[in-house]
Design a protein around this ligand. Structure first.
Ligand SMILES: [Ca+2]
Length: 411
């Protein structure tokens, strides 16, 4: 009897798995017909040969282990898990251990590749320290393991990803790379989201921005360090990097200057910021020999952390990854590679709430007519400025950053 019961339990436990397998098999079949019709036609229209398609697509199956999937016929996940995640303050992003490790590793690589980097700077106008900082942040200077075959990851996300419309052009672009750049299929590895090689380029970016710098005729951002570094520099140059202009500098902002003056849309000549009493933390003058140059106030944690005056090049760094903290990390790491010390001001201990709390506050600010940018539970410059404006309109000292009390108070 007991054995029978166990058998029965086993059977019941096995049932959903069998149903799952059958449902997956059905989706795999739809995937094959999608590859054979839609993908082949669209790739051929972009000049991908039948031979390349045969080798890339034959035997291709879906990778069910990838994140962010929404397979047809499967119950939809109610909400992206990241939206329920705890709000992560900037302090963790700038963990000194992480920055110091990258700075140490990067300094020896700066020396090792100094000739190549000098040639790259001459060609593209982007300093070695910035290029190496991006390289370090993106792939640990090319040491990060790229866990996925790019074609399979992109095909899966393009067919049944929650954001499949974004991935489909990238999948087609990856097929074009196989065709035009003769990158062996086995070499073409990526992150789960299809970011390729040492610079972590999306395939569409690779097509327009990757370069061959070691002269072998191939744009090999997987195995060639010169190609990887020059491709990063070309990416930044093509997105507007100004040679000879630094990314920015940490500053002290007097209490009577509002944090709501920050962001890319409120640039002022350096001489004007200086007149308002803003000074570099290391002393000296902000404006120097370029008083007319436009600078932007940047306070990623509002009044709860360090402040910066940044140049247009800071916003070029954001073309690589649309996040103030990312661009700041690159700029700061580049300074560290050149021997600078840690940031002067500390990041405040902001947090202890969830992204969904921030999103609810953003929705309330939008109802009051504020522009918070994307309502996503992240605290970008538009959200920070809106918070500061609300605080000032309500007779408070502006902090321009959410805390638990403000999340309740903003109604
Ligand atoms: Ca090459």
């Amino acid at each position: 009897m007991r054995i029978l019961l166990s058998l029965l339990l086993l059977l019941v436990a096995a049932l959903p798995a069998t149903a799952q397998t059958a449902a997956q098999a059905k989706v795999e079949k739809q995937f094959q017909s999608w590859l054979a019709t839609t993908v082949r036609a669209d790739a051929a229209a972009r000049g991908v040969s039948a031979r390349t398609l045969d080798s890339a697509l034959s035997g291709l199956t879906l990778d069910w282990s990838l994140p962010d999937l929404a397979p047809p016929g499967f119950p939809k996940k109610r909400e992206e898990p990241q939206r329920q995640a705890e709000f992560s303050g900037p302090a963790r992003y700038f963990s000194e251990a992480k920055v110091a490790a990258l700075a140490n590793g990067g300094q020896s690589l700066l020396a090792k590749w100094s000739k190549t980097l000098a040639k790259i700077e001459k060609t593209y106008g982007v300093p070695a320290s910035i290029v190496v900082a991006v390289w370090g942040r993106e792939s640990g200077f090319g040491t990060a393991k790229l866990p996925y075959p790019a074609i399979r990851a992109l095909a899966t996300e393009a067919f049944m990803g929650a954001r499949k419309a974004n991935f489909y052009p990238e999948f087609l672009a990856a097929l074009q790379i196989l065709e035009g750049d003769h990158i062996p299929l086995a070499d073409m590895r990526s992150s789960w989201a299809g970011a390729l090689g040492q610079p972590q380029f999306l395939p569409s970016k690779y097509l327009t921005l990757a370069v061959d710098f070691d002269g072998d005729g191939k744009r090999d951002i997987w195995n060639s360090v010169p190609d990887s570094l020059a491709s990063i520099a070309n990416y930044l140059r093509q997105n507007g990097w100004q040679p000879g202009v630094g990314w920015g500098v940490e500053v002290v902002v007097p209490a009577n200057v509002s944090c709501s003056l920050e962001g890319p849309e409120q640039g002022k000549p350096l001489a004007v910021w200086e007149k308002m009493g803003i000074r570099p933390v290391g002393g000296g003058k902000l404006a120097g020999r370029t008083p007319e140059r436009i600078g932007h106030l940047l306070m990623p944690a509002g009044r709860h952390g360090p402040a910066f005056i940044v140049s247009s090049n800071f916003y070029v760094l954001k073309s690589y990854n649309e996040s103030d903290l990312y661009a700041l990390f690159i700029g700061h790491l580049a300074d560290r590679l050149r021997g600078a010390g840690p940031l002067s001001a500390a990041w405040g201990d902001v947090g202890g709430f969830q992204r969904s709390d921030v999103r609810a506050m953003q929705e309330r600010l939008v109802k009051r007519g504020a522009d918070v940018g994307k309502v996503d539970g992240l605290v970008g410059f538009k959200t920070r400025i809106s918070i500061g404006a609300w605080e000032e309109a309500n007779g408070r000292q502006a902090t321009c950053f959410p805390d638990a009390g403000l999340l309740q108070a903003i109604r």
